[in-house]
Design a protein around this ligand. Structure first.
Ligand code: BEZ
Length: 388
């Protein structure tokens, strides 16, 4: 009897191998495509740290299976993105892709994921197209669409009595789409964007653009920059003295994960984002304490939360298939239907796979982006062009 049972197990394992399927004893191959160098390097590290923190909290396993990590530094370089994605998909044969930060890189990653039917969880990049025209059953996002945080500031800025705004950002999808979201929210509420200023990613020569803002004299400025570029922009805006007469607003990336470096230059800046400091929920407090303890007292930021939630989302899918990630349809359906108990607050995914979530108005105080209020509750991306 014992012998027969053992034979059956061995036979099942052998058949699985012949069929190319993994068995429960195999590790799940997780491919991280993230920036580990360049202006977004800190964002990539925070995402990886967040992901691994959740896995550690589950005893090092998801769905009862251990994980094996494969990593590519995508350098936030769209020109190398397809090649980098294919390293993980074809060379390393990963079961799931986790990444990335830059919208242009993420669009190439999503295309490669769809082409090979590999499940992808986008952990930051907001490219609207990913949960718009490029949406698909295997495409998920634990972050935001670019439209969302931009839109959320529109009604807030209008309610403060601002009538005219100048926007300033890098010239690529994330900048253009966050400004477009802001335009929609601001102009719907009576505001007017009088000028859109841009410079190429990841340049930080802001002086001539700041001079232009001084001559236009709008009621406010609305900006998207992130990582190292955001540090420099906020410092330069402050040094120009402009903030005394023309307040600076932005999507929350402008001041998230950057406050230790921005110091005095960032004080009082108002931004909108799906995460904030001082939420003071038991869930967030636990997460923050555990993150700081694990990573040398570094405070978590929005990027760490998005990475953490990618692991949570993966866990929800794996629980439904008892770790069998090859049961793609069931794995993906479970992820799409999941409610994620995020440090930011609970969220669900839209049909297109993008978080439906609260957007907070935050104000910089010391080294914190303190929550002021919920700017827009349960904001769903319009998912224009998604046929799911
Ligand atoms: C993006 O490229 O989508 C992006 C990068 C950094 C912060 C937010 C968005």
């Amino acid at each position: 009897m014992m012998h027969h049972a053992l034979n059956r197990v061995l036979l099942a394992g052998a058949l699985a191998l012949v069929a190319g399927h993994a068995t429960a004893a195999d590790k799940i191959k997780v491919g991280f495509m993230l920036p580990y160098s360049g202006t977004y390097a800190a964002l990539g590290t925070a995402i990886e740290n967040g992901f691994k923190l959740y896995v550690a909290e589950q005893g090092g396993k998801l769905g009862g299976r251990e994980l094996e990590y494969f990593k590519v530094d995508d350098e936030s370089n769209p020109a190398k993105a397809s090649e980098n994605a294919n390293r993980l998909i074809k060379r390393d044969q990963v079961d799931i892709l986790i990444g990335t930060v830059h919208s242009g890189v993420a669009m190439a990653l999503a295309k490669a994921a769809k082409g090979s039917d590999t499940t992808l969880i986008v952990t930051n990049a907001g490219a609207d197209a990913i949960t718009g025209p490029m949406c698909g059953p295997g495409i998920f996002r634990t972050s935001f669409s670019n439209w969302q945080p931009g839109y959320a500031m529109g009604p807030v800025a209008a309610a403060k009595g601002h009538k005219t705004a100048v926007t300033i950002t890098w010239k690529y999808a994330a900048g253009a789409e966050q400004m477009e979201g802001f335009r929609e929210g601001f102009e719907k509420n009576g505001g007017k964007i009088v000028k859109d200023l841009t410079l190429p990613f990841p340049n930080v020569e802001f002086q001539s653009l700041l001079t232009e803002i001084a001559s236009i004299k709008p009621d406010m400025v609305f900006a998207f920059f992130a990582g190292g570029g955001a540090v420099k922009f906020v410092q330069d805006y402050h040094a120009s003295g402009l903030q005394k007469t023309i307040p600076l607003y932005g999507t929350g990336f402008l001041t998230d994960g950057t406050l230790p470096a921005q110091g005095a230059s960032a004080q009082g800046i108002l931004t909108t984002l799906h995460y904030a400091d001082g939420l003071n929920t038991p869930r967030d407090n636990d997460f923050r304490a555990h993150y700081a303890k694990t990573y040398n007292n570094v405070q978590p930021d929005v990027y760490a939360v998005q990475g953490y939630d990618a692991a949570q989302l993966m866990q929800s899918g794996l629980a439904a298939v008892q770790g069998n990630i090859d049961d793609k349809a069931k794995f993906r359906d479970a992820m799409r239907g999941a409610t994620i108990d995020s440090p930011r607050g609970k969220f669900t995914l839209s049909a297109a796979g993008n978080p439906v979530q609260d957007f907070y108005l935050r104000k910089v105080d010391g080294q914190k982006n303190n929550v002021v209020e919920v700017a827009v509750k349960q904001l769903a991306d319009p998912a224009r062009g998604c046929k799911l």
